[in-house]
Design a binder for this molecule. Structure first.
Ligand code: PLP
Length: 391
């Protein structure tokens, strides 16, 4: 048994089904509502909008598709700029490029690891001087933690710039008592296989502007005009979610709050286990906010602990445990070489430091106590091995 446990692979964030998914999928089969859009889609959209506290939601094929639609509706195009958090997954920024617009990357700040209002203010003030304000600001809520939305919205409202909240990782989190993803002109969620709830692949675009959401539905179904024949006056996309997958989403949404509780519990156990280890700091949780702790992320100070992140990643991999670097900032990606970047302050480049010192640990809501203990033991072993050794 022990042998068995030391061999099974521990994943970073695997899918966790509730069991009720079959019920809604079977309903779709029994009514032959495999396609096109159908009752599961309507229910999933309505229930998610209600959960998020917004006026409406459009189910789409991915979180990336939702961002693409949002930017399209905000009329970002060739010659335009879009500001975006630098510390994030590439999917946050790819749609900027799809539309021929130019990204400008904004640093993180230490309290949330998310967009720095100071860096944003500097970027906006340059944009005003150059008379080239962005069409949108994409704010990412990393690993479940909401960005400082009050400060960011205040700045963006000053210049009348719409905010797209990339809440792919923060479904179920709150900021000042409201759901993460409900603050911007648009919010987006992802149901990719590794997210807190999944449809195997999918996404949602949410907003209080139901008129724009109607346009999103139109664009997501090949922009077909209201005519008897197939008529099109603009370029659309094939981006809707299937009615089968929406059935999975409905069942997953029913257990979302349990999933948040489970991931927060995983986080708490790591905190407890590493309390005595010098040099380890966990991703903070901003006062007045609640993170779903999608991934437990922490930094390791090499000077204090003697342990560098690659050492830790290697040791975990050796035990068949999946762990990851914190996202590599987008302004450091070869794809975006030469793109403008605004640091938090002249002295502090927060996201580069987080990339250098940060690690994400297995955080799935189905992670067993035994498996988490294996992760913890492996890390403690490494820390003990290097403790006191200077680098
Ligand atoms: C997962 C993710 C996305 C993209 O979602 P998909 O559904 O995989 O397209 C976008 N932004 C962030 C921050 C993500 O983590």
């Amino acid at each position: 048994m022990v042998q068995e446990n030391s061999r099974n692979r521990i994943y970073l964030s695997p899918p966790h089904m509730s069991g009720n998914e079959h019920k809604y999928i079977n309903e779709a089969f029994e009514t032959n509502w495999i396609a096109p859009l159908g009752p599961n889609i309507d229910a999933f959209e309505n229930q998610l909008a209600e959960y998020a506290g917004v006026n409406g939601a459009v189910a789409v094929s991915s979180g990336t598709a939702a961002i693409h639609l949002a930017l399209h509706l905000l009329e970002a195009g060739r010659g335009d700029r879009v500001f975006c958090s630098s510390l994030t997954f590439i999917a946050s920024a790819n749609p900027i490029t799809y539309l021929g617009a130019e990204p400008v990357f904004i640093d993180s700040e230490p309290d949330t690891w998310n967009m720095s209002p100071r860096a944003l203010e500097n970027a906006l003030s340059d944009a005003v001087k150059e008379n080239w304000l962005p069409k949108a600001v994409i704010v990412v809520n990393l690993y479940g933690q909401s960005a400082k939305m009050d400060e960011i919205l205040e700045l963006c409202n000053r210049y009348d710039i719409p905010v797209v909240e990339d809440s792919a990782e923060s479904l179920g989190s709150t900021y000042k008592g409201k759901q993460s993803g409900s603050f911007g002109k648009f919010g987006i969620y992802s149901f990719n296989g590794n997210k807190i709830i999944t449809t195997s692949g999918g996404g949602m675009l949410v907003s209080n502007d139901t008129e724009l959401l109607e346009k999103a539905r139109f664009l997501a179904t090949q922009a077909r005009d209201a005519a008897q024949h197939y008529q099109h006056s603009q370029t659309g996309y094939n981006y809707r979610m299937s009615n089968l997958l929406a059935g999975v989403g409905r069942a997953q949404l029913e257990v979302l709050n349990d999933r948040v509780a489970a991931r927060r519990n995983v986080f708490d156990k790591y905190v407890e286990a590493f309390a005595c280890k010098p040099g380890i700091q966990f991703m903070p949780e901003l006062g007045n906010s609640m993170s779903n702790r999608w991934l437990t992320a922490m930094t390791v100070d090499e000077q204090v602990s003697g342990v560098a992140i690659p050492t830790l990643l290697g040791a975990l991999a050796g035990q068949n445990i999946e762990s990851r670097h914190v996202w590599k900032p987008l302004h450091l990606q070869p794809l975006f070489a030469g793109v403008r970047f605004y640091a938090h302050t002249a002295e502090a480049n927060v996201c580069e430091e987080l990339f250098r010192t940060g690690i994400c640990l297995p955080s799935g809501s189905s992670l067993s106590a035994t498996d988490q203990a294996r992760v913890i033991d492996c890390i403690i072993d490494v820390m003990n091995k290097y403790a006191g050794k200077h680098v």
